[in-house]
Design a binder for this molecule. Structure first.
Ligand code: SF4
Ligand code: SF4
Length: 229
């Protein structure tokens, strides 16, 4: 009786040992051939991916080709496009508004669908191959028209342009949306007053500065304090 128990134990031990050996050899057999193949992954961000011809990344804009027709904004299914006017355009001048507005894009809401590109009659808006979307604030994911065309400028200048749009209030999210919307509305009123001569330039600049500070303060609450004024 005792002999058969010992035999059973030794069979179990042998089975367990074979199981362990298989557990080492099987994965090695499966993975060994990949030592001689090109890796599927890359060391991002040091290395860049090789992208297919039709890859859709960040949106870029050729400012000089854009005619302000508004087709891209109408085509966008997710409200990721709104328009910015140059500083010298009176927002109550309908003709100038239509001719000189240029699109800003919130990449945080962009679906990369490419519908805006298809809708553009001047091939002014394109999808680039840029896929680096990491940002420390949602505000950094919104690009004004000048940034879309490759210009680099500071955060305050970006907000100065974006206050004309509704993109920041949308990006701020439900809890802060109304607060940012109020700032956008106030800025648009302020701009109208400036062109109507109801407010002097110094006063306009002072109030605009305060609105920009307030946007930064709110986005620091949204994104837990990463923006510098
Ligand atoms: S790619 Fe699509 S979602 Fe993105 S801005 Fe253009 S139309 Fe809108
Ligand atoms: S980018 Fe194209 S579709 Fe959009 S406003 Fe300019 S011309 Fe029109």
């Amino acid at each position: 009786m005792r002999g058969s128990e010992e035999m059973e134990v030794s069979v179990n031990v042998r089975r367990e040992a074979v199981g362990h050996i298989k557990g080492v050899i099987t994965p090695l057999r499966r993975t060994f051939p990949y030592l001689f193949k090109r890796p599927f992954t890359v060391m991002y961000p040091k290395e860049k991916l090789r992208l297919s011809e039709c890859y859709r990344g960040h949106i870029v804009l050729e400012l000089d080709k854009c005619i302000g027709c508004g087709n891209c904004g109408r085509a966008c299914p997710n409200g990721a496009i709104d328009y910015v006017l140059p500083d010298d355009v009176d927002p109550s001048d309908r003709r100038q508004v239509i001719l000189r507005r240029r699109p800003a894009v919130d990449h945080g809401h962009c679906l990369m669908c490419g519908l805006c590109v298809e809708a553009c009659p001047k091939q002014a808006i394109h999808m680039s191959k840029n896929y680096g979307f990491s940002a420390s604030s949602r505000l950094h994911l919104i690009s004004d028209p000048y940034e879309l065309s490759g210009e680099e400028h500071g955060l305050r200048k970006k907000i100065h342009y974006l206050l004309q749009t509704s993109l920041m209030s949308k990006a701020a999210g439900r809890e802060f949306e109304d607060s940012v919307k109020k700032l956008e509305q106030e800025y648009q009123e302020l701009r109208k007053k400036r062109f109507a001569g109801e407010i002097v330039e110094d006063e306009f600049q002072r109030r605009e500065g305060e609105l920009i500070d307030e946007v930064i303060r709110i986005f620091n609450l949204v994104d837990e304090g990463v923006l510098k004024a």
